[in-house]
Design a protein. Sequence first.
Lengths: 121, 121
Amino acid sequence: MSSPALDVALAYYKAWSNKNLDEALSYFADDFVSRTPEGRMDAAAYRPFLGGFLEILKKADLVAAFGDENTALMYYDAETLPVPYSPVGEWFRVENGKIVESRIVFDNFTLQGAGAIAKVS
Amino acid sequence: MSSPALDVALAYYKAWSNKNLDEALSYFADDFVSRTPEGRMDAAAYRPFLGGFLEILKKADLVAAFGDENTALMYYDAETLPVPYSPVGEWFRVENGKIVESRIVFDNFTLQGAGAIAKVS
């Protein structure tokens, strides 16, 4: 049940959940792209997106994590300053030890209702 | 890599994605409970929640699905009448062939912004 992709995704998860933004972003491939509730983002766009989240993050608790050779999937509960319970689903595709693609889903309604993040345009 | 829990979760997924609400709900244990963006729900509360979603659902595309003995995790893209792209993360705990617990995350902001579902109180 070993999963090289999950190993990378968990290293990324561990980095950001410890507020190590630079280390977290080091797991992204140069051509990284993510599909988020706020639109598609490359690595440059993801930095302020993730950085803003880390500013309000209190902790993250992993509910489940699975993976195979090239993909990984996680579900975790984020506790943020404005929102105690904000679950997140995140999918990854990994090539050569780097995350080349991700998809993330969280409830923007709760976070935006709490004034936690900027409104999407 | 066989997963009894994922088999049940995928049968549930197949049922609702084919708009078979009764069959879908038949996979829930009597003491089923779910943690959703609209609060905790038992099976009785989940029926109108899922039923309302099926009324706007055009199709669902599975992005990833994993499982082990007792848990399963999915990520899928829902295409709804008001919102073409609405990803969902869903986690399941299964006992004796029935779903006893689930957690689901989707972006209420997008759906509510589109007027797709009732505002949470």
